[in-house]
Design a protein around this ligand. Structure first.
Ligand SMILES: Cc1cc2nc3c(=O)[nH]c(=O)nc-3n(C[C@H](O)[C@H](O)[C@H](O)COP(=O)(O)O)c2cc1C
Length: 133
C-alpha cells in the first residue's frame, strides 16, 4: 500500500488520475486465476490510472470530514454517536446526518458486494487457518 500511494502521488504530478479499487478482494477464485496468485497470497488493493476528463477535473470534490477526526495521535478515540456525527456530518450535505448515514449503510454494509467481500476474504484466510464462522 505504501508503494501504491507513492505511485498515486507520482502519477498526480504528471496529471494522471488514479482510483483505489478495494473491490479487488472480492471474487477470490477469479482473481486468483487471473493474477496467478499462489495459496496464501491475497491482494491488499489495486490502483487504476488514467487521464481525467475535463468534466472529472472540474468536479466539485465531496465535502471532507475534519482532519482531527481522520488522524489521531497515540490512542484511538471512542467512536460514540456524537463523535461519528461530528466526523460525518459535513458529508451529509442537504440531508440530515441520520438520513445520510442510513443511506450509506444501505449502499455499503448492507449491499451484496459487502457479503461477497466478506466471503472472499474468508476464503483467502482459510490458508492461515482462520475460522470460517
Ligand atoms: C481503500 C480504498 C478503496 C477503494 N475502493 C474502491 C473501489 O473498489 N471501487 C471504486 O470505484 N472506488 C474505490 N475507492 C475510491 C473511492 O470510492 C473514492 O472515489 C476516492 O476515495 C476519492 O474520494 P472522493 O470521491 O471523495 O474524492 C476506494 C478508495 C479507497 C481509499
Amino acid at each position: 500500500m505504501i508503494a501504491a500511494q507513492n505511485c498515486v502521488v507520482a502519477a498526480s504530478s504528471y496529471g494522471i488520475g488514479s482510483c483505489y479499487i478495494g473491490d479487488v478482494v472480492e471474487n477470490c477464485e477469479k482473481v486468483r486465476k487471473r493474477l496467478h496468485l499462489p495459496e496464501g497470497v491475497m491482494p491488499a488493493g489495486m490502483v487504476v490510472f488514467g487521464y481525467p476528463t475535463d468534466r472529472q477535473k472540474q468536479r466539485v470534490k465531496p465535502a471532507r470530514s475534519p482532519l482531527s477526526g481522520v488522524v489521531v495521535e497515540n490512542t484511538y478515540p471512542t467512536m460514540d454517536h456524537e463523535y461519528r456525527k461530528k466526523l460525518f456530518e459535513p458529508k451529509a450535505g442537504q440531508r440530515s446526518y441520520e438520513e445520510w448515514i442510513s443511506m450509506m449503510c444501505q449502499r455499503k454494509h448492507n449491499a451484496e458486494f459487502f457479503v461477497e467481500m466478506n466471503r472472499s476474504i474468508l476464503e483467502y484466510m482459510k490458508y492461515y487457518g482462520v475460522r470460517q464462522d
